[in-house]
Design a protein. Structure first.
Length: 263
């Protein structure tokens, strides 16, 4: 299937590892040039070099804290200066800390809000005028299965990724007449560093060991295994494509059947 991405320009946040890296790899393999960011300069530079070597696309890599609106504005500005436009935005940020409600301080809530909701709003605000002017754009937010079925001990993530979902669904209606689609991709338990951190956090709190936690997740998944990042990235690439032009306002899970609801 030709996804029509060759020559498009995609901004992928938190792209040096995990799901963000898999998405960047997938879009590059389809021929899209990239603007990528992450907080670790050395790891980000290695990612850029590896993608260029593997695919030959052009990559602008800029260390960025997406929780800082001014830094996001600079990132998008440099991307537009380099490529002339941003056609595709994939928002993504590291998950906020795990823990029950009473363990979370006001400062932790503020930081998580800036990281999870604030970064999505800031990145969208920066790229949307150009997308509307060109009457073509794709915004895909990487959220979580927790927006459809909350996960125990992820109070911050459950709350704020749900806020991103409400933002995205409302925005989708506003920008649909301009040829801009807005969708959410919901990763389930996927073999990434973040999921490993969640398993280790249980052990650190005095709960079940990381291995027991992993086996517990697998027992809840009808496919009886964790997902692979490339399987998730395939959905994001499709939602970012020309072929997905009539899909907007949706939240689609890649979870091996973990979510049991009808919708």
């Amino acid at each position: 299937m030709n996804l029509g991405l060759r020559g498009k320009v995609a901004l992928v946040a938190a792209a040096s590892r995990g799901l963000g890296r898999a998405v960047a790899d997938e879009l590059a393999a389809e021929g899209a040039d990239l603007v990528i960011c992450a907080r670790d300069p050395a790891r980000l530079e290695r990612t850029s070099e590896e993608i260029v070597a593997a695919t030959g696309v052009a990559v602008l890599a800029k260390p960025t804290d997406v929780a800082d609106p001014a830094a996001v504005e600079r990132l998008v500005g440099e991307g537009i200066e380099r490529f002339g436009r941003i056609d595709i935005l994939v928002t993504n940020a590291g998950g906020p800390p795990a823990g029950p409600f009473e363990s979370l301080t006001p400062a932790m809530w503020d930081a998580a809000t800036r990281l999870t909701l604030g970064s999505t709003v800031a990145m969208t605000r920066a790229v949307l005028p150009g997308m509307k002017a060109r009457r073509w754009g794709r915004i895909v937010n990487i959220t979580s299965i927790a927006v459809k079925q909350p996960v125990d001990a992820l109070m911050l993530s459950n709350s704020l990724r749900a806020a991103v979902t409400g933002f995205a669904r409302t925005l989708a209606t506003e920008v649909a007449p301009f040829g801009v689609t807005v969708n959410n991709a919901l990763p389930g338990y996927t073999r990434t560093e973040r999921v490993e951190q969640l398993a280790q956090a249980s052990e650190a709190r005095g709960g079940p060991s990381a291995e027991v936690v992993r086996r517990g997740w697998e027992s809840q998944i009808p496919m009886a295994r964790l997902g692979e990042a490339r399987e998730f990235a395939a959905l994001v690439a499709f939602l970012a494509s020309e072929r997905a032009s009539y899909i907007t306002g949706t939240s689609i899970a890649v979870d091996g059947g973990w979510i049991r609801s009808l919708l």
